[in-house]
Design a protein around this ligand. Structure first.
Ligand code: ADP
Ligand code: ZN
Ligand code: ZN
Length: 801
């Protein structure tokens, strides 16, 4: 019996992490439980919230209101999720409600619809009354509620003639499909058939079909291969021959069936890794493993066999991948091994599809989950292993509230479930590699490629030397020669254009004027396909200027390279080559990634030209040349991870060459051939890079030597933003030990976005016992600041500054 509940309410402007107590109506005291969603009165409206605790003790001296209704009959969050939310609050400084919501699929998050309801019609002016219609209610965002009408409504509300009501609606709708249920025996159907006219062919066919059924079937399956239509079924239903019923159907996010695969015998290094991991699975120890293996060394096979072990021990498995849309091959390999036991969760699914997969997992119908970042919250029970592929990827960090890193959540869940975690990568994050060195993670290595092939040969081309000597701007003679050679041999080529920190902009060749966004401190990007200039920060769009706004010159040129321009250059160089483009423009539509990759896999094209998105996880045996057109655009970013990101990207894309029995070659074009990140990527020397980059981080007090926290403030008035951060800096100076470092307030790389000013303060620290409590209090202060239009965010371990 629970007479009272503590509820975390969903009210954007009055967030606290403290539950509000409500009385439970008599008839619900045996039903209500922690983890259920409820609707409760809050102020003058109805809001949704989560029950986090139940009790029989009334708090003293307060008058309690009753909860209005239950949104769920079963808890949607279990004990584990409620504990995890508490931890997330401390880890990310987010409000508890957003931590709870992060664990549910979007479809289950509440949406509020505001309406105006007629209370006393006689007090309402005759010209306004008809708006309320027969139901006496109108949506708050209805276009007919003009400002003038709104003023009247505001007065009416004050006098009590109308009231504002919040309706809580749910977006997730179960998809249902009709089913045909036979209601007679086969003999009865055959008997019926003897009584109908001989020329009633369709009725005969229908009875025939019904006689063959021994259980209900989906209507679509019933009709398939027959001459019958839904109209025939309706008639039959009226005659009492059958009934039709709506049954729930899961939307199937998989488009194509996959071939079943068998586990191959393991190579010695793989064997060692699998043995160590399965031992931890068996012993139920939450050991974190770092699985460091060059591309093509068989990491995925290690994942598959350790997942199989978890299933053998009657436990479940969770596998995270950076972005599923970019790695369809990985999903297919998991499905190929585990078939229908696999559920997939990622942002490419529709809201409904995600909801369906989530429920399949919650009900225990899927035991293996593959998904992107947010899948780390998948409602699996009894987890036996958690795998994070490409663990160094920045996409594992969420960049809005709650700002969690999936790796940290995975480690937390592993302790809860007492199961191992496998972090896999060819280029581990420096933090992870350093932890492996210290023995915090158990270090497993796969140093050789499965096929015995050497890693591809990498050639660095100094673009400063070939400038002006090329046939087309973006291709060095070396790359052109190699390209022609492969095309002659009927082999395939991957070309990557590094778009990080890069965009095409318009500049006047007479006075140097660059076309800027009116709202932000950034130049506009030229979009060739739409012939428009666009701001990538605020979305502002304008036509391409015909002449320079500053000096009137007509010589406005475009600088920077886009895939479209490169595709044109390619056509000039090798007119016969069939080129596929993969970038944000060609992959906007759902399923476009998969289609492009499938075409390339079928050798319907010779060259795959794309941005970073082609670097990940592709395994095409016929690719023997990888070209990187511009290796260094990311290096100049003011970001302590710039070198690491560049090294990772180049290593990853190089791994796309020579996957099968043909040797691979990589050509990297660069303006910084002497930079250590480029040099060492050219040698595919992760160890060398790790040692060198650790020195750089040590010298500058960056992770993994120091922890970092980024405080960002933004607002419409620059001085006010600076004042807030200066105050915080003052408080921190008094609080922190001399070992900690404070940087800032400094303007962010793009200081003004959408007419708001962005400044940051960086805290670098090793051990500061008081910092956590301070930041937690600061997080609660953000609400008061937001009333002055100042936004303050706290980001632990930011991916970059
Ligand atoms: P990684 O994930 O490290 O890039 P993969 O797991 O994709 O490597 O392995 C590279 C290739 O080798 C794949 O085609 C895979 O099917 C194959 N492979 C992996 N392990 C074995 C094995 N033990 N025996 C035979 N082939 C294997
Ligand atoms: Zn802008
Ligand atoms: Zn000009």
């Amino acid at each position: 019996m629970s007479k009272y509940v503590g509820v975390i309410v969903d009210v954007a402007t009055q967030q606290t992490n403290r539950p509000y107590t409500y009385r439970v109506p008599e008839e619900l005291t045996t039903v209500v439980a922690p983890g259920m969603r409820v609707e409760v009165p809050f102020g003058r409206r109805q809001v949704q919230g989560f029950v986090v605790e139940t009790t029989d003790q009334a708090p003293e001296g307060v008058k309690l209101r009753s909860l209005t209704r239950l949104v769920d009959v079963n808890p949607v969050l279990g004990e584990e999720q409620l504990q995890l939310a508490d931890w997330l609050v401390g880890q990310t400084f987010a409000f508890k409600i957003s931590c709870l919501q992060a664990m549910l699929p979007a479809a289950m998050r509440a949406q509020y619809q505001k309406t105006v309801v007629l209370v006393a019609p006689e007090k309402v002016p005759a010209d306004v009354r008809p708006l309320f219609g027969e139901k006496g209610e109108i949506a708050f965002d209805d276009d007919r509620l003009t400002p003038a009408v709104m003023r009247t409504i505001a007065e009416l509300q004050r006098s009590g003639a109308v009231k504002i009501v919040y309706h809580v609606t749910e977006r997730g709708r179960k998809k249902t499909v009709p089913q045909v249920v036979p209601c007679k025996t086969a003999a009865e159907y055959r008997e019926l058939a003897t009584h109908i006219r001989t020329n009633a062919v369709r009725q005969r066919e229908l009875l025939d079909r019904l006689a063959q059924l021994d259980a209900p079937v989906l209507q679509a399956d019933f009709l398939r291969g027959t001459h019958l239509t839904v109209a025939h079924l309706r008639t039959a239903e009226k005659q009492g021959w059958l009934t039709r019923k709506q049954v729930e159907q899961y939307r199937d996010p998989f488009n194509a069936p996959v071939k079943k695969t068998q586990a191959p015998p393991l190579m010695p290094d793989q064997e060692k890794a699998v043995t160590a991991i399965t031992a931890a699975e068996k012993a139920k120890t939450p050991t974190p493993f770092l699985l460091e293996g060059v591309t093509g060394s068989g990491k995925t096979e290690v994942y598959l066999q350790t997942i199989a072990a978890a299933l053998k021990y009657q436990r479940t498995a969770l596998m995270l991948v950076p972005e599923i849309a970019l790695t369809p091959q990985m999903v297919n390999r998991v499905r190929g091994r585990f078939g229908h036991q696999v559920a997939v969760l990622h942002s490419g699914l529709s809201v409904g599809e995600k909801y369906d997969e989530w429920r399949r997992i919650a009900r225990g119908e899927a035991q293996v989950v593959v998904g992107a970042r947010s899948a780390v919250f998948a409602p699996l029970k009894n987890i036996g292993i958690i795998i994070i592929d490409e663990e160094h990827e920045g996409s594992y960090k969420q960049d809005s509230m709650p700002r969690y890193h999936a790796r940290d959540v995975a480690l937390w869940r592993a302790r809860y479930h007492q199961c191992p975690v496998v972090l896999g990568s060819a280029t581990p994050a420096l933090e992870s590699r350093a932890r492996a060195q210290k023995g915090v993670y158990q270090w497993l290595r796969l140093p050789h490629r499965i096929n015995g092939q050497d890693l591809p040969r990498v050639q660095l081309v100094d673009m400063r030397r070939v400038m002006g000597k090329t046939q087309v701007a973006d291709f060095s003679p070396q790359l052109v020669t190699a390209l022609r050679e492969r095309l002659n041999r009927n082999e395939q080529v991957v070309l990557m254009l590094n778009r990080r920190g890069y965009a095409a902009f318009a500049m006047c060749r007479e006075c140097g004027f660059v076309v800027q966004c009116p709202n932000c401190d950034i130049s506009l990007t030229f979009h060739r396909d739409r012939q428009r200039m666009q701001c990538h920060y605020c979305g502002h769009e304008q036509p391409v200027p015909q002449k320079c706004p500053q000096c009137g010159s007509r010589y406005i040129g475009f600088y920077g390279t886009g895939t479209q321009k490169v595709a044109e250059e390619l056509h000039q160089l090798v007119p016969a080559a069939r080129v596929l483009r993969m970038d944000v423009d060609t992959t906007r539509r759902k399923g476009a990634h998969e289609r492009i990759l499938e075409q390339f896999g079928n050798h319907d094209a010779d060259v795959l030209l794309g941005t970073q998105m082609i670097a990940k996880g592709l395994d095409f045996p016929n690719v023997t040349l990888v070209g990187v057109l511009n290796a260094d655009t990311g290096l100049s970013l003011p970001d302590f991870r710039a070198s690491e990101r560049t090294f990772q990207l180049l290593t990853q894309v190089s791994g796309r060459a020579g996957r099968a029995d043909k040797a691979g070659e990589v050509i990297i074009q660069t303006f910084n051939p002497d930079h250590y990140a480029i040099q060492l990527a050219g040698k595919q020397d992760y160890e060398g890079f790790f040692v060198r980059e650790m020195q750089v981080r040590h010298q500058n007090d960056y992770p993994p030597y120091f922890y970092t926290i980024q405080l960002t403030a933004s607002g419409p008035k620059e001085a006010q933003v600076l004042r807030v951060l200066a105050k915080v800096r003052g408080e921190l100076t008094r609080l922190l030990s001399p070992q900690a470092r404070l940087l800032g307030p400094t303007p962010q790389m793009v200081t003004r976005v959408n007419n708001r000013y962005y400044y940051q303060l960086i805290i670098k620290y090793k051990q500061e016992p008081q910092l956590q409590a301070y930041l937690q209090k600061l997080a609660l202060r953000t609400q008061r600041l937001s009333r002055q239009q100042i936004q303050l965010t706290i980001d632990r371990d930011p991916q970059g500054f």
